[in-house]
Every structure is written in structure tokens, then in C-alpha cells.
Design a binder for this molecule. Structure first.
Ligand SMILES: Cc1cc2nc3c(=O)[nH]c(=O)nc-3n(C[C@H](O)[C@H](O)[C@H](O)COP(=O)(O)OP(=O)(O)OC[C@H]3O[C@@H](n4cnc5c(N)ncnc54)[C@H](O)[C@@H]3O)c2cc1C
Length: 427
């Protein structure tokens, strides 16, 4: 059942970190905005993948002989981050970078309502109609049938560049040699753990894990146990399952990954419960609703951001967001994780052109699927930066409407000025 087409100034597909910021900045810029989200809540990986915490987003700079901390992600990120820290729904957070997913859902609902964004939950993008260099409409599968929406500008914030791929945008996948992406991880939480004893036993846990892995008793290829404290008594968060060599854009591979990762979660639960006193009474609290995808499609943008550019701390004339998170690559085919850490004071910016597919004039991409190489994406994929590219995409759409030009043609100098005026940091 297909219903008649509705028109919005801006349609944003994907209500994760990037999509929420894009919708907010577009609506605040005077646009009618529809936000389409496949899940039943906003927040993306932080909510549906139980991903936590926000990765670091500051650097040290010296000004007038004085050392200062510079936040590289500001604007809407600061507004939301402050709201998450201050939230009164479920108590104050102890670790200010940790995410309380339940608070995030409510805060984002309220922000969208206040800004007048129309949110459509349980709505999965299933097609895009193209006419020359324009996306004309998108099709969205809902309980009420397939709905079609037209817009002057579309923002692809699906994380997987799904709207772009459906419209015919070229993309890259994984590392150049074999197209393998960073592994997928299903986060999970255990409760009833004696946390004090667990942190003391950390060394023992890692050593026994390695022994069991060498003996073939642990199948998970990850080389260590990655666990984080939570603000809840007895609850520990695990980001330690690792599904390698599964294409995150192949629906069958993703389905298999979900099931395999649940087996790895059970394996870890049993390993801890059977071998460590601190976990003897542990129970499984939850596995995330969805497996987490670190990397999938990345668009062939007008500018593809590279490792060399970010390591050099390049500041682009059309920079719309900034970052210095390490190039953090979880091995696509095995156990290790490689890092390149930026020295203090060094950061790069992300050019507006990296958000623009080459083949389209009214489509902008935000979040982890912008135009970047495998290595550069390993740094720009963190949530604070995704919020900032989302804000920039929404601001560009609003500027396009005001200037009566296609979003791909907005003046980057004006865009940067607009972002700065809204409190964003663009380098
Ligand atoms: C295991 C793991 C651990 C991580 N750890 C951290 C960390 O500690 N700190 C950090 O800052 N970052 C971390 N990251 C990275 C970070 O979570 C993501 O890169 C970031 O959330 C991406 O934001 P996004 O808005 O681009 O995409 P997402 O947050 O994935 O949002 C995309 C949204 O689009 C929706 N969507 C997708 N397809 C469709 C469709 N067809 N129709 C409608 N809606 C659709 C999805 O439901 C989702 O809500 C981690 C990632 C993973 C996987």
C-alpha cells in the first residue's frame, strides 16, 4: 500500500547522533523537517547498541603562555551533552562522559518536540527516487504501508549511507586491500557483580582469558576483555564481542553476526561466572537490541578525508567540524587494535565537501558514513564528531533554503560563520 507523497523542506533519514543534530539545526533554521527512524527511539548506536561513553573530544592548547583545554566538539553537542549530564530523570551521572540511554531517549524526544521536528518511528527507508542530480523522494516502510516523502534537501544520517546507496551514490567499504570493515560488536551488561573485587582481579581475568583462548576454550577472537564500569551498583558494561569478516551491508551476514555475537556474550558470561568469585552471582542484564557497526559504507564524496590529512592536522578552508580522536582500528580480521594518538594541540577539521556525494546537489551525508578512508573514518566515527557533522548538514540545508540555492552550492564561508554563530567549533 503506497500513500500520497508529503513534502517537507528537509527529510533526515536516521535518528542517531548525526541525524538528531541535523534535524535540530535544520528546524531551528526555519525548515519543516521530517526525521525518519527505523527504531522506536532516537539516539542511534548509543541507545540501540548500548554504546557508551562519549569518546574524548578535547585537546590542550597554549594561549598567551597559559595552557587551556579546547573542546573540539561544541554547538549542539555541548547543548545535548550538558542536558545528558544534568538530567533529572534517572539521577545524576558519576562519569560525565558515560551515557544513560534512557535519559538520552527522553531528552532527544523533547528537543525534537521543542524544535518542531516531525519524528516518524518504526519507519525504515526502503527506496529513493532519483532524477538527474537530485533525490526526488524517499520511500519508507511503516505499519501503515509504504509512505513517500519529497523534500528540497535530504540528509543521509543512517550510519550506513543507505539513502545514498539507494539513490545511486558510489561508496567505499572497508580497507582497500580486501574491503574488510572494522568488526561488529554486540555490547552487553552483567549485573550482580562484586565490582570492587572485579577491578582488583582485572589482571587475572585477562591472563586466564588469554590461556583459554590459546587452548581453544574461548572462540571470541578479541585479544582481551573490554569492560567498563557503569553508575549502577553491581552492573558492568562489556564491549568485548568481536565479529570479524562479516560485511555489515549484507543483511544475511549481519543476521549471522547478531546470532554469533550472542554466543560470544554467553561465552564471556560463563567464563567470568565459572572462574571468578566476584562474578559467581552474576546474571545477564541485557544484550543490546542491535549489534554495533563501527564501519560500513563511506560515500565517495567531493573530498575524501585521508589518514595523511588528519595526522597532519589539516585545517580545511571549508572545515565544518573538528576532531583529534585517535585512529582506533579494531582489527578487521583478528584480535588486535591499533592506535595512532594525536599529540596535544593537534587537531584536524572536516571539510564540508566530505559531506557531499559527487553525483547529487540536494543530498548531504552526516555521521560515520561521510567521505573518508578506512583509517580516517576510524577517527571521525566517534559520537561527538558525528553530532557536529550532523549539525553542519542541517545548517547547510537551512542556508540553502535562505539563499535559494542547492545545498551542495552553499557558500562554505557563510556556513562556517553560521555554525560559529550557533556556538559550534569549526577550527
Ligand atoms: C561497539 C561500538 C563501540 C563504540 N564505542 C564508542 C564510544 O565509546 N564512544 C564514541 O563516541 N563512539 C563509539 N562508537 C562509535 C559511535 O557509536 C558511532 O560511530 C556513532 O554513533 C555513529 O553515529 P551516526 O549518527 O552516524 O549513526 P548511528 O548512531 O548508527 O545512527 C544511525 C541511525 O539511523 C537509523 N537507520 C539506519 N538505517 C535506517 C533506515 N534504512 N531507515 C531508517 N532509519 C535507519 C538507525 O536505526 C540509527 O538510529 C562505537 C561504535 C560501536 C559499534
Amino acid at each position: 500500500m503506497t500513500m500520497s507523497k508529503q513534502h517537507f523542506d528537509l527529510v533526515v533519514v536516521g535518528g542517531g547522533q548525526a541525524g538528531c543534530a541535523a534535524a535540530l539545526s535544520g528546524a531551528r533554521g526555519g525548515m519543516s523537517v521530517l526525521l525518519v527512524e527505523a527504531a522506536g527511539s532516537l539516539g542511534g548506536a548509543a541507545v540501540n547498541g548500548l554504546v557508551t561513553p562519549f569518546r574524548p573530544f578535547t585537546t590542550k592548547v597554549t594561549e598567551n603562555g597559559e595552557e587551556k583545554t579546547l573542546a573540539l566538539s561544541q554547538g549542539i553537542f555541548t547543548e545535548l551533552f550538558d542536558a545528558y549530564k544534568a538530567d533529572g530523570f534517572y539521577g545524576k551521572q558519576r562519569d560525565t562522559r558515560a551515557i544513560n540511554a534512557e535519559s538520552m531517549k527522553l531528552i532527544l524526544d523533547r528537543k525534537m518536540r521543542e524544535a518542531g521536528v516531525r519524528v516518524l518511528f518504526h519507519a525504515t527507508l526502503c527506496g529513493a527516487a532519483r532524477e538527474g542530480r537530485l533525490v526526488r523522494s524517499v520511500s519508507v516502510a511503516t505499519i501503515g504501508g509504504i509512505l513517500e516523502f519529497e523534500a528540497d534537501t535530504f540528509i543521509d544520517a543512517t550510519g550506513d549511507a543507505t539513502l545514498s546507496a539507494f539513490a545511486g551514490v558510489e561508496f567505499r567499504l572497508g580497507r582497500p586491500a580486501d574491503s574488510l570493515c572494522q568488526p561488529m560488536t554486540l555490547c552487553f551488561r552483567l549485573f550482580n557483580i562484586d565490582k570492587e573485587a572485579l577491578w582488583k582481579a582485572r589482571g587475572e581475568i585477562q591472563a586466564l582469558y588469554k590461556t583459554f583462548q590459546d587452548e581453544g576454550k574461548i572462540k571470541n577472537p578479541r585479544d582481551n576483555v573490554l569492560m567498563f564500569d557503569t553508575r549502577l551498583p553491581g552492573v558492568v558494561h562489556f564491549n568485548t564481542t568481536r565479529i570479524v569478516k562479516h560485511d555489515p551491508t549484507d543483511p544475511f551476514a549481519v543476521s549471522e553476526a547478531e546470532a554469533l555475537a550472542r554466543e560470544q556474550a554467553l561465552e564471556m558470561f560463563r567464563f567470568l561466572k565459572e572462574n571468578f568469585d566476584c562474578c559467581r552471582n552474576a546474571e545477564m542484564m541485557a544484550t543490546a537490541p542491535s549489534i554495533g557497526v563501527r564501519e560500513s559504507r563511506m560515500i565517495e564524496a567531493r573530498h575524501v578525508l585521508t589518514r595523511d590529512e588528519i595526522v597532519a592536522g589539516t585545517h580545511f578552508p571549508d572545515g565544518i567540524a573538528a576532531g583529534n580522536y585517535d585512529i582506533d582500528i579494531h582489527s578487521p580480521d583478528g584480535g588486535g587494535t591499533s592506535h595512532y594518538y594525536f599529540p596535544p594541540g593537534v587537531y584536524y577539521t572536516i571539510p564540508y565537501r566530505s559531506l557531499l556525494p559527487r553525483e547529487f546537489d540536494n543530498l548531504v551525508v552526516a555521521g560515520r558514513c561521510i567521505g573518508a578512508t578506512h583509517e580516517a573514518q576510524a577517527s571521525i566515527r566517534i559520537m561527538p564528531i558525528c553530532v557536529c557533522t550532523g549539525e553542519a548538514a542541517g545548517a547547510a540545508a537551512a542556508l540553502a533554503k535562505e539563499s535559494n540555492v542547492a545545498v551542495a552550492d552553499v557558500d562554505a564561508t557563510l556556513l562556517r560563520a553560521r555554525l560559529r554563530a550557533g556556538g559550534a567549533f569549526v577550527g
